[in-house]
Design a protein around this ligand. Sequence first.
Ligand SMILES: N[C@@H](CCC(=O)N[C@@H](CSC=O)C(=O)NCC(=O)O)C(=O)O
Length: 279
Amino acid sequence: MTILTLISSNKMFGGQHQRYRHFSNRTECEMTFAIYLPPQAENGQKVPLLYWLSGLTCNDENFSTKAGAQRLAAQYGFALVMPDTSPRGEMVADADSYDLGQGAGFYLNAIQQPWATHYRMYDYIIDELPSLLAQHFPLNGQAAIFGHSMGGHGALMIGLKNSERFSSISAFAPIVNPSETPWGIKAFSAYLGDDRNNWAQYDSLALLAYAKRKLPILIDQGDADSFYPEQLQPQKFVQSAVKQGFSVEFNLRPGYDHSYYFIASFIEPHFAFHAKHFG
Ligand SMILES: N[C@@H](CCC(=O)N[C@@H](CSC=O)C(=O)NCC(=O)O)C(=O)O
């Protein structure tokens, strides 16, 4: 059983917001995550789980402190897990820029050094974290995944590759085609090398064709987001997904930017969407 060290525990909306540290066998370093357990879980009830994946520069605290999600998690009776965005520590490779290295793990398994030793976020999110959560928390086995920007890429990519594990996927301003947009090209070149065949397995646009189940997808995008035209381009993904028979709801939100003010404004419909698909 994975040993978890409790960092903090705060009562919130009748449930508990907790932060934990543990040693990860996948990333080979100490990892921190946060979990919100709704009041229903305190009464011995097993609850569904929402995975939230954050964007560049984030750790577990950005979403915890800015999105206003715990109130909704309490209302809907969902646990909410908020992992970090990369391995971290003095022994972990890093870069001088905000979009590579620590805080920018892109939810993949790196195969190029110096990254390959610790940057195994894909395995961490899909194997190690679910297993330790099942060991320690009252979860009923239902799960959905959502995220923002780099974390929106993570949610779409992980959801499409593991469609039997989730009921639905949603994203705010996601990177949808990292093989063709600047943040993705920089990260994939460093973590995966120059062979683009290795990139496709982490590119949501490419993965649409291989999903075993066509999970329902919700995407929100602000039209005043400075990253929208070059880095994100979600319509490309939406058009392709619809053509391939996915049910996709896409909302272009006038005047909204890339920030957590945007996320906080539309977080509620994302909970309603996932609740509908948990059934
Ligand atoms: N600081 C950078 C931009 C970094 C940024 O905007 N990060 C976003 C996610 S972007 C895509 O993954 C974020 O969520 N930031 C954290 C927050 O709390 O707002 C720059 O200098 O441009």
